[in-house]
Design a binder for this molecule. Structure first.
Ligand code: LLP
Length: 463
């Protein structure tokens, strides 16, 4: 991501402080469609609207902070992935990005499958009626109870992550008189160009079984011998917020290499490969993500070419996008509480949420955009840092951005592209109450995850 300092000074400083920020947009009132959900716009009064509803009305009805999710956009993106991959591939939405029962129903209706990575996500999926055979169960340390629940429910696949788990799942399935479909997750040794904590295919980390030194081949060997397992394929997930397809290219090459070795050694052609998720989205106007149809085409071509080279039947491909589907569909709506100019530095804008509803800035140094949402303004741009209300100086929502210089307490501001890994990673830090998720569609809004209350907090505190 390229960053450049703005040549003109912000309102409160002659010289810009150190930082990573883009120049202010020519028009601070403009909403770049790259980072905002499809139906977002401004009404005649300049108020931001989504699904035909003004954010001022949403704030009044549901309070702030709130995650506002554009249901039509979610469905559009889910459908775009489904259509792009066609009927000879499967799209598993990665529930860890954001999962609720409404989301499960939308996925079901749009023909997507679901990847879950915990007993809680599995329970949510099943309780909303997702057919078990369309669920994939992930995790590097699934508990015996989670494994049993998944096998009993009849999930379509369990992705095995260690030698111990191969045995555990096999025993559980056998003891229940079942044969569980499984994939084996391998680490292909790719360095994904993303933050260290969200890169997952280099060898020195906790996920998967390394291809290097024959460990993955040994895992397949053992799994094929166990009656409780039906080994359907190999899984690789190289990381998250990735723009460059070259990592997938190397991953596909190495996974197909394993398929070839398995064929040569066991005479078995594994039927499926899963290339994981990880496709990046635009958090700021500098990010240029690829469209699902480009990704689908590239992945199909890579896998087909590799399989032809290895004289293998092309396996069925699956992918697991989370962020790329839900990320752009929601924004967080905050009310400004204080505006604190620091001469020669920047202006601190405090909002009524913070790291408890969006930990990504503090955790990954993530970049976000922000816009004044309750009105437009022609005031000069000022360089701001949007911060939360938590007792921690790292409690930053948007590190460097420009907002109109007349920003004042009571204004509503909106941070786009918060649909993924914000509500799902939200916490009760400082006993904050997690915000609701409000879904908007065709002029109607409804709460799909309600706001936490003091009662919720105190209910867990049993004295
Ligand atoms: N499949 C597997 C096996 C995964 O581990 C993940 C994400 C995905 C699919 C979906 O990845 P996506 O398409 O959403 O990038 N909390 C971090 C991201 C952690 C991702 C964990 N695994 C963040 O906020 O950036």
């Amino acid at each position: 991501m390229s960053r450049s300092a703005h040549p003109a000074g912000p309102r409160h400083a002659d010289v810009l402080p150190e930082g990573h920020y883009t120049a202010p947009a020519d028009d601070l009132n403009a909403l770049d469609p790259k980072v905002w959900a499809h139906t977002v716009g401004r009404d005649a009064d300049g108020v931001v609207t989504v699904g035909g509803i003004a954010v001022t009305q949403l704030a009044e009805e549901y309070g702030t902070p709130a995650y506002i999710l554009d249901e039509a956009d979610f469905r559009d993106r889910a459908r775009a992935w489904r259509t792009a991959f066609g009927t000879d591939a499967d799209v598993f939405y990665a529930g860890k990005a954001f999962l609720s029962r409404a989301v499960v129903r939308w996925l079901d209706e749009e023909g997507l499958n679901l990847d879950v990575c915990s007993g809680g996500e599995l329970a949510t999926a099943l309780s909303a009626g997702m057919p078990a055979e369309r669920i994939a169960f992930h995790g590097n340390n699934k508990s015996p109870e989670e494994i049993e629940r998944a096998v009993r429910a009849g999930v379509g696949r369990i992705v095995l992550d260690s030698f111990q788990e191969i045995v555990r799942v096999a025993h559980t399935a056998e003891s229940l008189g079942k044969r569980q479909r499984v994939q084996i997750r391998v680490t292909v040794g790719v360095e994904a160009h993303t933050h260290e904590f969200i890169a997952t295919a280099h060898e020195d980390q906790k996920f998967g079984i390394p291809l290097a030194d024959g460990q993955a081949a040994e895992a397949v060997r053992r799994a094929l011998q166990l009656d409780g397992l039906d080994v359907i394929g190999i899984h690789s997930h190289i990381g998250s917020q990735i723009f460059d397809m070259s990592g997938f290219e190397v991953a596909a090459h190495r996974v197909v290499g394993l398929l070839k070795d398995v064929r040569d050694e066991h005479g078995v052609e594994l039927a499926e490969i899963d290339l994981g998720g990880g496709l990046g989205i635009a958090y700021t106007s500098d990010d240029d993500p690829r469209e699902p149809h480009e990704i689908a085409k590239a992945l199909h071509e890579i896998v087909t070419r590799e399989c032809e080279g290895a004289r293998l039947r092309t396996p069925r491909i699956s992918v697991e996008p989370g962020r790329a589907i839900v990320g752009p569909t929601a924004f967080t709506l905050y009310e400004v509480g204080t505006v604190k100019p620091l001469e020669g530095l920047r202006t601190y804008v405090s909002v009524d949420g913070g790291m408890s509803d969006n930990i990504r800035t503090a955790l990954y140094d993530a970049e976000y955009s922000v816009a004044l949402a309750s009105r437009t303004s022609d005031a000069e741009p000022m360089l701001v840092r949007v911060v939360g209300k938590h007792c921690e100086s790292g409690d930053i929502v948007v590190k460097d951005a420009f907002l109109p210089g007349d920003l004042a307490p009571g204004d509503l501001i909106a941070v786009p592209a918060t649909g993924a890994y914000c509500r799902s990673m939200a916490s009760n830090y400082n006993h904050a109450m997690r915000p609701p998720v409000v879904a908007v569609r065709d002029g109607a809004a409804r709460v799909i995850v309600r706001r936490e209350t003091e009662e919720d907090l105190l209910r867990l505190d049993v004295g």
